[in-house]
Ligand binder design. Structure first.
Ligand SMILES: NC(=O)c1ccc[n+]([C@@H]2O[C@H](COP(=O)([O-])OP(=O)(O)OC[C@H]3O[C@@H](n4cnc5c(N)ncnc54)[C@H](OP(=O)(O)O)[C@@H]3O)[C@@H](O)[C@H]2O)c1
Length: 318
């Protein structure tokens, strides 16, 4: 397996965090995307890194020659993931993305498990804040993969300054959101739970939350036995998200300040980078299309994340 890593969507807010994080870990990723112009900033920041420009759905297999791990940061993933993940598998490369979109993750599990097994590679979507964190935490908290009757995933954010990619993804992602009820993946809108309050640790404290499930539901359903999974998100960031006047987040040169566990975009980089290094050094599960905690040892990923990200604190009652 070649050790070359390619970051697609490297021009984006998240893609640039990911490139920075991989470089910090001693790798020299290929910076890639659909537009030479849009890649200029990341190329200026890392002039020695190789670069490739191609459309996700055009000639991608050819563009992935010599690549061992593809990291897709270009969302909406409903648009980019199907072709890019398939091209990665065809090129014999592992594939990671940071999709929060349930439908995109579900489609990759459905369409690429058999091809990935045949190619001997891992396809691991949802390796970002939304997706991997809940899947890793729940898996680490359950002794030896035991079943859980009821799970609440509660995400407390004080605000959400969305990137253009987040806004486009929200508009593009019209698939009905799903949760787990009666052990089955079902549509949330069949019986959405009423908003409630949730006690978060400081500094969030008591906050109103509403049911907003992300890709972690699909990842958890892939490998854990759960009777009911409820997903909650604090309402303050939702108001930010719905307000077109909310500013975009600061540029990536603020990275050090944002890598404190207080920024969903910044913290996604070390999460997906953990996936990259584990795929490169063989610390991953059998091939196939896998949930984050299926592909990687959940406890060890979380421990390494906390160890490598000073202000990220995770408490596990396992
Ligand atoms: N799971 C999580 O926790 C998590 C965390 C962070 C981000 N995300 C997701 O990651 C995605 C990117 O977010 P971002 O914050 O980085 O947004 P962003 O700063 O607006 O960047 C979007 C990136 O996607 C690329 N892109 C979009 N559509 C494309 C297409 N059809 N073909 C090729 N490239 C395309 C853009 O390329 P150009 O520059 O050429 O336009 C750019 O590189 C979003 O879907 C977001 O929801 C998820």
């Amino acid at each position: 397996m070649p050790s070359l890593v390619l970051v697609y969507g490297a021009s984006g807010h998240t893609g640039r965090f990911v490139v920075d994080e991989l470089v910090r870990r001693g790798l020299a990723p290929v910076v890639a995307g659909r537009s030479v112009e849009r890649l200029q900033d990341v190329v200026r920041a890392h002039p020695t890194l190789p670069r490739r420009v191609f459309d996700a759905d055009l000639d991608a297999a050819q563009a992935l020659g010599g690549v061992g791990v593809v990291v897709n940061c270009a969302g909406p993933f409903l648009d980019t993931a199907p072709a890019l993940a398939r091209a990665a598998v065809q090129a014999g490369a592992h594939y990671l993305d940071v999709s929060a979109e349930q439908a995109s993750v579900r489609d990759l599990y459905r369409d690429l498990d058999a091809p990935a097994r045949e190619a001997g590679v891992a396809v691991v979507p949802a390796m970002g804040f939304y997706g991997a964190v809940a899947d890793l935490l729940l898996t680490a908290a359950l002794p030896d993969g035991a079943a859980a009757e009821e799970v609440d995933v509660a995400i407390g954010l004080d605000r959400w300054w969305p990137t253009p990619g987040t806004r486009t993804t929200g508009a593009r992602n019209t698939a009905p959101r799903v949760v787990i009820r009666g052990g089955e993946v079902v549509r949330l809108d069949e019986a959405p739970p009423a908003p409630r309050t949730w006690e978060f640790p400081p500094p969030i404290g008591t906050a109103e939350v509403v049911a907003v499930p992300f890709s972690d539901v699909v990842a958890v359903a892939r490998h854990l036995t759960v009777g009911e999974l409820r997903s909650w998100l604090s309402t303050a960031p939702l108001a930010d998200l719905r307000d077109p006047a909310t500013p975009a987040p600061e540029a990536t040169d603020e990275r050090r300040a944002l890598l404190t566990g207080r920024d969903i975009y910044a913290v996604t980089a070390p999460i997906v980078a953990e996936g990259v290094v584990r795929l490169l050094d063989g610390r991953h599960a059998v091939p196939g299309a896998l949930a984050p905690a299926q592909a990687f040892d959940a406890r060890s990923v979380l421990d390494d994340l906390v160890a490598g990200t000073p202000d990220l604190a995770l408490t596990l009652d396992a």
